[in-house]
Design a protein around this ligand. Structure first.
Ligand SMILES: NC(=O)c1ccc[n+]([C@@H]2O[C@H](COP(=O)([O-])OP(=O)(O)OC[C@H]3O[C@@H](n4cnc5c(N)ncnc54)[C@H](O)[C@@H]3O)[C@@H](O)[C@H]2O)c1
Length: 357
């Protein structure tokens, strides 16, 4: 029997609505497969919690979460709470505290109608972006000198440690080797004359241990252009925190938008729990209406199952997502359909279990 303890942080806005559907999928798997069981514990943390308690999560949150096998997060963000507070005091605290230094973002076209790109099909857009998730441009280092004076100066320091740079690049080489795909590094050595020259150097150094992996290296501006004009160039991609944040949004744009983008924050050593979340935010404009698209959150479940080593179920979940998109009848309004979040989730579970016989 494989048992997994999952901490749920549904968060704000549509977060709880989509997490509910992801949990529905996990419970259906548990029901259908007697070798797997899950326990769930929900935590009320997020912006509404902040408005009541003056903090995004309990002071000992990391201590509480550390023994779980995974964290499943919806979204955080709420009008009235500055976004840098919700981001830094919850998401980044967990990512950093649990050394989730790998951010895995599949950019995969699940159905040809979903891309706005002309003449591109599923075979052209199928990559895995591996984003550095613990330091770089988002390290939070810097200073704000002479605040509100005419001579005001702000410094935002990118931090690229040898350990941090080597481990993410090595992870990417391993992934490319394992899956027999090419590896592309995205950087900006021509303008960022310390950090990105160092990044390129480490990419080359580590590459010497992987002569079997075919590599490419692009500047981030050229890479952004190729994401749109020739996405077929990319298979496995490795890049820094900021560049990864930006290019994966381009990735979402060419594969159907935010309702379909997922991301996993991984601690590869499994010393701490990893965190799985849809990429979208709390969508206050549609929260409470029951029309949020749960597919990204369900794709996160597939990533979680994969991480647990339950690859067959992970694949079954992804195939069922593809089937739903192909059927084109059970879709939420963002994809041109008219079903609710709950209806899509229930139909999903029915198909998944039917597919698995
Ligand atoms: N990981 C996170 O928790 C996270 C990520 C991004 C933004 N945010 C926060 O969310 C709040 C809103 O941010 P935003 O509006 O820039 O981004 P958003 O992703 O919440 O919404 C952008 C647009 O996409 C739509 N959308 C997003 N997810 C959808 C889904 N599942 N189904 C259907 N439509 C969907 C929304 O309705 C909106 O029109 C902010 O407070 C922001 O800080 C949180």
């Amino acid at each position: 029997m494989n048992h997994y303890n999952i901490a749920l942080i549904p968060g704000d806005g549509i977060g709880p609505e989509v997490v509910e559907e992801g949990v529905k999928v996990l419970k259906a798997i548990e029901e259908a497969d007697k070798t797997i069981s899950f326990t769930f514990k929900e935590f009320p943390w997020g912006c509404e919690y902040y408005l009541k308690n003056g903090k995004m999560m309990d002071d000992d949150a990391l201590d509480i979460l550390k023994d779980y096998d995974a964290i499943y997060l919806g979204a955080v963000g709420y009008p009235g709470v500055p976004d840098h507070i919700s981001l830094r005091d919850l998401l980044i605290k967990i990512r950093k505290g649990f050394d989730q230094y790998v951010n895995l973002r599949p950019v995969e076209l699940l159905h040809p109608d979903l891309t706005p790109l002309k003449n591109k099909t599923e075979k052209d857009i199928d990559m895995l972006v591996i984003r550095e998730n613990s330091e770089g441009e988002y390290s939070g280092a810097g200073d704000w000198l002479f605040k509100d004076k005419p001579e005001e100066v702000v410094l935002q320091t990118g931090v690229f440690s040898r350990k941090g740079t080597e481990r993410i690049i090595r992870y990417a080489y391993e992934e490319a080797r394992k899956s027999n795909r090419t590896l592309t590094s995205i950087s900006k050595g021509n303008a960022l004359n310390y950090s990105m020259v160092f990044w390129d150097q480490v990419f080359e150094e580590v590459g010497k241990e992987y002569p079997d992996v075919k590599t490419y290296s692009y500047l981030v501006d050229a890479a952004s252009l190729y994401f749109v004009s020739q996405p077929e160039r990319f298979e496995v991609v490795v890049t820094s925190n900021l560049f990864g944040d930006i290019v994966t949004d381009i990735g979402a744009a060419i594969t159907g938008g935010m309702g379909l983008a997922t991301g996993a924050n991984i601690n590869p050593e499994r010393k701490y729990p990893s965190m799985f979340e849809p990429v979208h935010g709390s969508a206050p404009d549609i929260a409470g209406k029951g029309i949020a698209n749960p597919i990204a959150a369900i794709w996160s479940v597939s990533q979680m199952l994969d991480f647990f080593g339950l690859e067959e179920w992970a694949e079954a979940v992804l195939n069922t997502i593809k089937q739903i998109l192909k059927e084109n009848t059970y879709l939420t309004p963002d994809l041109g359909g008219s079903v609710s979040t709950d209806e899509l989730g229930s139909h999903f579970v029915e198909l998944l279990i039917k597919n698995r016989g």
